[in-house]
Design a protein around this ligand. Structure first.
Ligand SMILES: [Zn+2]
Ligand SMILES: [Zn+2]
Length: 387
C-alpha cells in the first residue's frame, strides 16, 4: 500500500478525534468547541505557532521545517457541520439534535490534524506549513472571512491545497482537474408588483401572478439562448410566492428567489445583466414593475494548472488510483476564495460507497484518513524539499 505507514499506526487515534467531532457538530461560525479542540491538539503536537480567532472562529497553526527556507504551503480543512437531524444510528452519532456532520468536515479536520502531528514530529521540509482550519464553509463564506483577516499575508502563504471527500469515488482514490472544478453560486430575488384586484375582473387589475410566471418561463431562455452552448450554467427559480390568500384575489406582489451556477467567471456578470433585462422588460410589457436583487456568492473554484500537476504527482505517490481529468461539478465550494488569492488545487478523496453529502444517513469513511493525511504530508515534502 502506498500510504505512509505512520498514518496506518496513527489511524485509531485520528478516528477517535473524528468520532469526537462527529458527536459534537457545530454550524457556521459557532464552531467554538471544535476550534478549541483543534487548537489544543496543535499545541499538544508542538506546532510552533497557534493562532485562534482568524475569520472569527478559524484556527491557524504554523510548523517550521528544518531549513532556513521562507516559502510557505497552506493546507486547509473546514470544521463546520450542517443543520440536519442525523439518521445514521451510529454509536458516535450527533449528540446535538438538528445538527450533524453530514458533509464530512469532521473527517477533513481530522485528516489535517493527523498530517499536522506527523509534520510536527518529522519536520522533513524546508520552509513552513500553515494549517488552516476554517469555519462556515456551508454558506457562511468562512474562507473569505479568514482572507479578510489577512490570512495569506500574515502567514506568508505561497500556495494552498485542500480536499473534500467524494461519495461514490472508491476509497484510496484521489481525483481532480486543472481549471474550473466547482461552480460559482450566485443568488437572486425578484419582486413583481402588479395591480391587485378581483379575480373576476382581471381587466381592471394587472395580474401579478401571470407576469411573474412569464418572467420564470422567459428566464429559462437565458441559459439556452444567451450562454455559449459549450459552457455549463444552471439557473433555478426555487421559490415563488404571491401575497394573495385566496383563489378569488389577484395579488399585488409576487416574490421569487433563485440561484445561478457557472463554471466560467465571465458568465456570471453576463447572467446578471441578462436576468435583469428579462425581469424588468417582461414586467414592463405587462404594465407591471419588477425589481431584481442580485447577490454574488461563492466564486468558481479554479485549480491552478501547475499546482494541480504538483498535487496530482503527490497524490500518485500515496493513492491507489488518481484521475486528473474528472468532470467539474455544479455545487460550490468556498475554498474558491483561497484559490483566487493564491495558486493551489482542490482535490476529491474517495469516500467509497456512501450516502451522498448533506443526506441524514451520510457518514465520512474513516478508511480514507490515511490517504488524506499521506497526501498532505507528501505535497509539503515535495513542494518544500529539505536540503
Ligand atoms: Zn456541504
Ligand atoms: Zn463540504
Amino acid at each position: 500500500m502506498p500510504i505512509r505507514n505512520r498514518f496506518a499506526e496513527m489511524l485509531p487515534e485520528i478516528m477517535e478525534w473524528r468520532q469526537h467531532l462527529h458527536r459534537n457538530p457545530e454550524i457556521l461560525y459557532e464552531v467554538h468547541q471544535t476550534a478549541a479542540f483543534v487548537a489544543e491538539k496543535l499545541r499538544e503536537f508542538g506546532v510552533d505557532e497557534v493562532v485562534e480567532g482568524i475569520g472569527r472562529t478559524g484556527v491557524v497553526g504554523v510548523i517550521r521545517g528544518k531549513g532556513e527556507g521562507t516559502r510557505a504551503i497552506g493546507l486547509r480543512a473546514d470544521m463546520d457541520a450542517l443543520p440536519i437531524h442525523e439518521e445514521t444510528g451510529l454509536d458516535y452519532a450527533s449528540e446535538v439534535p438538528g445538527k450533524m456532520h453530514a458533509c464530512g468536515h469532521d473527517g477533513h479536520t481530522s485528516m489535517l490534524l493527523g498530517a499536522a502531528k506527523y509534520l510536527a514530529e518529522t519536520r522533513n521540509f524546508d520552509g513552513s506549513v500553515v494549517l488552516i482550519f476554517q469555519p462556515a464553509e456551508e454558506g457562511g463564506a468562512g474562507a473569505d472571512a479568514m482572507l479578510r483577516d489577512g490570512l495569506m499575508e500574515r502567514f506568508g502563504i505561497d500556495e494552498v491545497y485542500g480536499m473534500h471527500n467524494a461519495p461514490g469515488v472508491p476509497i484510496g482514490s484521489i481525483v481532480t482537474r486543472p481549471g474550473p472544478l466547482q461552480a460559482s453560486a450566485d443568488e437572486f430575488e425578484i419582486v413583481v408588483t402588479g395591480l391587485g384586484g378581483h379575480a373576476a375582473e382581471p381587466h381592471k387589475a394587472i395580474d401579478t401572478t401571470l407576469v411573474a410566471a412569464q418572467i420564470v418561463v422567459t428566464l429559462h431562455t437565458v441559459v439556452s439562448r444567451s450562454v455559449d452552448p459549450l459552457h455549463s450554467v444552471v439557473l433555478t427559480v426555487g421559490t415563488f410566492q404571491t401575497d394573495s390568500g385566496a383563489s378569488n384575489i389577484i395579488p399585488q406582489t409576487a416574490r421569487m428567489r433563485g440561484t445561478v451556477r457557472c463554471l466560467d467567471p465571465a458568465d456570471r456578470e453576463m447572467m446578471e445583466a441578462r436576468v435583469r433585462r428579462v425581469v424588468e422588460d417582461t414586467a414592463s410589457a405587462f404594465g407591471a414593475k419588477a425589481e431584481l436583487a442580485w447577490e454574488y456568492g461563492y466564486p468558481v473554484t479554479v485549480n491552478d494548472a501547475e499546482a494541480t500537476e504538483w498535487a496530482v504527482e503527490a497524490a500518485r505517490a500515496v493513492a491507489n488510483e488518481v484521475a486528473d481529468d474528472v468532470d467539474p461539478i455544479m455545487p460550490s465550494e468556498d475554498f474558491s476564495y483561497m484559490l483566487n488569492a493564491r495558486p493551489g488545487a482542490y482535490l476529491f478523496i474517495g469516500n467509497g460507497d456512501s450516502a451522498m453529502c448533506h443526506h441524514p444517513k451520510y457518514n465520512f469513511n474513516d478508511e480514507a484518513i490515511p490517504y488524506g493525511c499521506s497526501f498532505f504530508a507528501e505535497i509539503v515534502e515535495r513542494r518544500l524539499p529539505a536540503r
